[in-house]
Design a protein around this ligand. Structure first.
Ligand code: SF4
Length: 231
């Protein structure tokens, strides 16, 4: 006998359910419903579930629906940053709209994905030393302009500086060169702000790289940086 929670999850995927209101030509897919109710059952019973489904089977919504309806703190880890961004900017907002729900959702990446204001400031003062070419000087000044306008300081949002530009290590931080609480920019630091939002989130989207780094820190008895989650 399915529980109320499992029925609630299955109803989202019904022919006239919430998903049908926001999806053109919506047709229920039995494999998607089976996936979603299996996830719901595992969450409800505190079990581990290993599930696999091919591209196009609707597995993203199949795990997101029970995760959101469970009303607990949920951590989702993706294989790469592209999927992480897609969940955060597209799938989760679409699903929240369909379900008529609000939820504090946050995205967290490794620190090298955020501009470090302190290192950027230093690089701008010393641009003839840190930039190895005229092109990198141009990149540096584009990053400066972006950092002044961006809310998150995420380097992936800059479209006119290539991912492989040699300037990036000069304007992002590592655990070793970050000044932490001694930094003049600590209170408006992009990395610290992203971590604060992650702590407050009900649903946090990370990637496996960060997830495993956190486990490794815990294994080495070093303070972990990911907050505690229920699921
Ligand atoms: S706190 Fe660390 S990461 Fe943030 S601006 Fe300062 S040095 Fe950079």
């Amino acid at each position: 006998m399915p529980s109320e929670f499992i029925k609630e999850v299955a109803d989202v995927f019904a022919k006239d359910g919430p998903l049908s209101k926001v999806t053109a030509n919506y047709t229920p897919r039995p494999s998607q419903i089976e996936f979603a109710t299996s996830v719901a059952e595992a969450l409800e019973q505190g079990k581990t579930l290993v599930a696999e489904a091919g591209t196009g089977t609707g597995k993203t919504f199949a795990y997101l629906v029970p995760a959101l309806l469970k009303d607990q703190k949920v951590l989702i880890s993706t294989a790469g940053k592209t999927l992480q961004d897609q969940l955060f900017t597209k799938d989760i907002p679409a699903l929240l709209k369909a379900l008529g729900m609000g939820c504090r959702v946050a995205l967290l990446k490794g620190r090298s994905n955020y501009i470090c204001k302190q290192r950027l400031e230093h690089a701008l003062q010393e641009d003839s030393y840190v930039a190895k070419s005229r092109e990198e000087v141009v990149h540096l000044h584009r990053i400066k302009k972006f950092a002044g306008q961006s809310v998150t300081g995420e380097r992936g949002d800059i479209i006119n500086v290539p991912e492989n530009s040699g300037i990036w290590p000069e304007v992002t931080s590592t655990g070793e060169n970050c000044l932490g609480a001694n930094c003049d920019h600590y209170n408006d630091c992009f990395v610290m702000q992203a971590r604060e939002k992650a702590k407050e989130a009900q649903l946090l989207v990370i990637n496996h790289h960060l997830f495993l780094a956190d486990i490794s820190l815990k294994d080495n008895q070093i303070t972990d940086f990911l907050p505690e989650f229920d699921l």
